[in-house]
Design a protein around this ligand. Structure first.
Ligand code: NAD
Length: 246
């Protein structure tokens, strides 16, 4: 395909899950992809894919982000995908866990977008896609206190950037997946104690009777990254197999 031909795209948390799926889908559509993650070793195979370059980037590290932005003045697409799921209610959430989640899930997007946006504007525009979740301002999901708090903030951050830079050719959208198969989802189901029971619980709330696949989400990200989505900005795009359609 050539839907992203001529575009340079940066993806965070590209080693696994939806970030990885997006990196592969972007490359298929002709983008030059800079796939980043803290786990460079887990991207060894991605580095061999035509169109994909890999780089270590910790989105909680301001100095690393500054160096990254200086090295890449030619970015057209930014997919802020990095995020962490804390399990529990407000009573389970410590100050340290709160700070960690805000830094990784939200402030990371502030940091990287702020660093890359001036060059994007100078080059005439670009598309920023931020990973939120339906567990945000859309629904309150059980045991997702700090997660939902941070993902709601991602939607606010997205809308604000979209409003401020719409006249500069910048589009900024959030995506809100439901429950998607990924390595960290497997970890979360195992961590709940009874894996089969946990899986059943996640499946029970899926009207389609199945979880989502990272590749399905990647197709939405391709659309938002491409010029096909030229009329949409500032919105939270839900992709959840019908979970929140109640
Ligand atoms: P995942 O959680 O399995 O992988 C996350 C990746 O993030 C890992 O490769 C990890 O190395 C990387 N990472 C962790 N800390 C980092 C840091 N400081 N800097 C850079 N990278 C870092 O993948 P996933 O489940 O597809 O989740 C990706 C995003 O999607 C997250 O923001 C998550 O909250 C969100 N999300 C997931 C689901 C789901 O059901 N899986 C649903 C909605 C939203």
């Amino acid at each position: 395909g050539s839907r992203l031909k001529g575009k340079t795209a940066v993806i965070t948390a590209a080693a696994q899950g939806m970030g990885r799926a997006a990196a592969l889908a972007f490359a298929v559509e002709g983008a030059r992809v800079i796939a980043t993650d803290i786990a460079l070793d887990k991207m060894a195979d991605l580095a061999g894919v035509p169109g994909i370059e890999t780089e270590r980037l910790d989105v909680t590290d301001p100095a690393a982000i500054a160096a990254f932005a200086a090295a890449h003045p030619d970015v057209n697409v930014l997919f802020n995908c990095a995020g962490f799921v804390h399990n529990g209610t407000i009573l389970d959430c410590t100050e340290d866990e709160f700070d960690f989640a805000v830094s990784l899930n939200v402030r990371s997007m502030y940091r990287l977008t702020r660093a890359l946006l001036p060059a994007m504007i100078a080059r005439g525009g670009g598309s920023i896609i931020n990973m939120a979740s339906v567990a945000s301002s859309i629904i309150g999901a059980p045991n997702r206190f700090i997660y939902g708090t941070t993902k709601a903030a991602v939607i606010g951050l997205t809308k604000s950037i979209a409003a401020d830079f719409v006249a500069k050719g910048i589009r900024c959208n959030a995506i809100c997946p439901g429950t998607i198969e990924s390595p960290s989802l497997e970890d979360r189901m195992r961590a709940l104690g009874d894996y089969d029971e946990a899986r059943k619980m996640f499946l029970a709330r899926q009207p389609m009777g199945r979880l989502g696949r990272p590749e399905e989400v990647a197709m939405l990200v391709v659309y938002l990254a491409s010029d096909e989505s030229s009329l949409t900005t500032g919105h939270a795009h839900v992709i959840d197999g019908g979970w929140t359609n109640t």
